[in-house]
Structure formats: C-alpha cells, structure tokens
Design a protein around this ligand. Structure first.
Ligand code: SF4
Length: 401
C-alpha cells in the first residue's frame, strides 16, 4: 500500500508528474488516470493564454492526454448535482424551521473549504448545524468518478487515480479530510489536487508552446459542454445563491423568478436578495465573500440578533469568490490584477449560462444513480458532516487543517 499512500499524499505538480511516470511502467497494474477540471481554472488558463474558453480547454485536454491522462472531465457537471442537492436541502430545512423545528436556518453554504476550516476551528459546535451538508462540487465529482465511473469501466475505485484542478489551495485540505475517505471502496474520492497555477507550471514544463497543441474533442461523459451548448449557472463562485433562490421561490411560494435582482449595495462582496409575498419578506438571502463579511454574518448569528433575517448565506472565503482564489494564475509582470480578474470573470461567465434544470443529461444521471434528488441514496453519497476542531489540528496525512 505504500504506492497508494504516495498517490494519496501527492499534493503538488511534481508528485503528479512522478505518479504519471511511475504509472506508465506499471503494465497491467496501471491505474486509470482521470483529471477533473474546475470552470474557474479553465477560465484562468484561457485568460493567461488569451484564448476562448473552449479552445483553451480543448488544448488542455490534448496536453493532459499526451502525459498519460486517460479522461478529462469538468466539475461544472458535478456542481449541478451539488446545486440540486443544496436547493432540496434548503427547501426541506425551510419547511422544518417554519414547521415543528427551529435552528434549521440560516443554511450556510458549504462549498468553500476555507470557510469550513474557519467554522470548524473558530466557531465549533455552535455554527456547524447551520452549514449545509451537501458536499462540494469537487467531492461530488470524486463520488461520481470512484463509484459510478469505476462501475462503467468495469473496474474498482482503487484502480482509478483521480486528480482535480482547482482555483484553490484549500481544496487540497478538503480532499484529504477523513470524511472523504471511502471505507467501503478503500479509496479517497480525490487523490490529488492541483491548483490552476500548478497546472500552468506543468504545461510550461513540457516545453511545447500551448498554442501548438491540437484541440481534442471534449469527453462527452461528465461535462457540461455539449456540442455548441455550455451549461452552468453564472456567479463568481458557486452560483448557489441564485439557483437556490429561484428553486425555493418556485417550490415554496409558487413564484417564478426570471431575473435575479440584488438589493443595491456598494460592497460587491456582500449582497442580499429578497422575495416578498403579500408585503411580507419570505426569503432573505445573502452573499458574503471575504473574511470581514463572513465575520459579520457569524457575529450576528451568535448574538442571536436577527437570527432569521437570512434564510441562506452563500459564504466564500476569498473576496470576489473562487475566480479570485489563491490558486489561480497570478498576474504577469506589469499586469493589472483587477483587469486580469475582470478577464477571468468574463471568460468564466461566458461558459455559465444555463440552469442545471436545462441540463437533461445530468438530471437523468442523477435519477439513474441516486434515484433522484435528496433521496436516501443521495443523502448518503452526496452529503457529509463537519466537526469542531482544535486550532491547528493535524490530520492523518500530516496536513494542518
Ligand atoms: Fe477556495 Fe477561495 Fe473558492 Fe473558498 S472562495 S473555495 S478558499 S478559492
């Protein structure tokens, strides 16, 4: 199992490369290598190479495959699963809060490991019940790849080496959580996490100019890019707030929200969304990005002031959200960071236009694999839990968490 441990702890570009090299020598024991790329990393690469998203992605696929990667998937595909689950979870919590139970709301988003880490270390048991149990898109992709894709390939989960490319270093910590080690399959959902910057270094290290790579066809299985259509929800990070708002308005109040309108705010990292029915505010959502805004939300919640003022808060640790994550490609010398961020945002939003509901293929798979949304099976496989932690606790892989 030492080779296994090596693969699990591989958390850098160098480890990824040496794992690929070693894998080539394995003959029949060769693992199947799957790389799942986040839409934010795709946008970061496209901005760096000044290419349209689709072209940059198609070249990245060729580049990865030339290195011995077997499949390249897209985590905006698993994000649709996460959005559907989180919306159903919210609706169920809302009904309980106003039914027989309290302390169900606000539901706080759970896709950002930077925030989860802060919540577990600094706010302990108090805050954890409010955090959505829905796994992040990265970890749902892990479940899809290791549980379902393995079956489709007629192989076992431990024969797949699953790598993700993320805008974020904290995603490495997330992947190494004990909760994401699958005891039944004896495998980790995600074996290795590379940042957008690390993947850029790998591409550069190969020596061939990126523009010289052919454009590969996009693996159609787990992607939101189909033909000319690009599926996904806009929003710098998760798009959770807008999607859950629309679903909740429809399912709880029979209202179709066609256009999302935030309350005017001078702070782009703190915005609110409200739905009124018969003069009464029935849904109050907020988006809180960056430490200061997060602290304000937590403080209010702790003071029990306006406890139910927000029903849902999309919380992300980085100002401007994941497109501005610490793992994204840094501005080049002389490049204005704000202009770069704007370019990444434009490219990102270009690929994120449609609701997950319009994505029949992914809905169909969710029905097939999990018997639907928020079913018993979905709750077992697509949800997780949180734990109050001592500050600076170190996990089994010796990573400070
Ligand atoms: Fe990572 Fe920042 Fe996104 Fe959180 S907001 S998941 S820390 S990139």
């Amino acid at each position: 199992t030492s080779a296994e441990t090596m693969l699990i702890t591989a958390q850098s570009g160098a480890e990824f490369l040496s794992s690929l090299e070693k894998n080539k020598m394995e003959g029949n024991a060769k693992k199947i290598v799957v790389v799942s790329v986040s839409p934010q990393s795709r946008a970061s690469l496209a901005a760096f190479y000044r290419m349209p998203i689709r072209q940059a992605y198609a070249k990245l696929i060729t580049c990865l495959k030339s290195m011995g990667v077997d499949y390249v998937f897209d985590t905006s595909f698993s994000r649709d699963f996460a959005l559907r689950e989180a919306a159903a979870e919210f609706i169920s919590r809302y009904r309980r809060e106003y039914g027989e139970k309290d302390k169900e709301l606000p539901m706080l988003a759970s896709a950002c490991p930077g925030w989860i880490c802060l919540a577990e270390k600094s706010h302990g048991d108090f805050i954890l019940p409010y955090i959505s149990s829905t796994k992040s898109p990265q970890q749902i992709m892990g479940t899809i790849v290791k549980e379902y894709f393995a079956k489709q390939l007629d192989t076992t989960a431990d024969r797949i080496y699953h790598v993700t490319v993320m805008p974020c270093y904290d995603k490495k910590l997330e992947a190494s959580r004990d909760d994401f080690y699958n005891d039944v399959l004896s495998t980790r959902d995600v074996d290795c996490v590379l940042s957008s910057g690390e993947i850029l270094d790998i591409i550069k290290g190969l020596g061939k100019p990126f523009s010289d790579y052919e454009e590969s066809a996009i693996d159609s299985l787990f992607t939101n890019i189909r033909g000319e259509e690009l599926f996904g929800v806009a929003g710098g990070s998760g798009g959770y707030i807008e999607y859950i708002f629309k679903r909740a308005a429809r399912e709880l109040f029979n209202k179709e929200v066609t256009e999302i309108q935030y309350q005017p705010s001078r702070n782009n990292d703190f915005k609110t969304l409200t739905l009124e029915v018969e003069g009464k505010k029935v849904l109050e959502f907020a988006l809180a990005y960056g430490l200061r805004n997060i602290q304000n939300v937590v403080r209010k919640l702790k003071q029990n002031k306006d406890q139910n003022r927000y029903h849902f808060v999309e919380i992300m640790a980085c100002p401007s959200g994941c497109i501005n994550g610490g793992g994204q490609i840094r501005p080049q010398e002389g490049e204005d960071p704000k202009k770069l961020l704007k370019r990444v945002e434009l490219l990102y939003n270009e690929t994120m236009k449609k609701d997950p509901e319009d994505n029949e293929a992914s809905e169909k798979l969710q029905r097939l694999w999990f018997d639907g949304v928020f079913t018993l099976d979905a709750k077992t496989k697509l949800h997780t839990q949180y734990h109050a932690r001592e500050k600076m606790q170190t996990n089994a892989l010796n990573i400070k968490w």
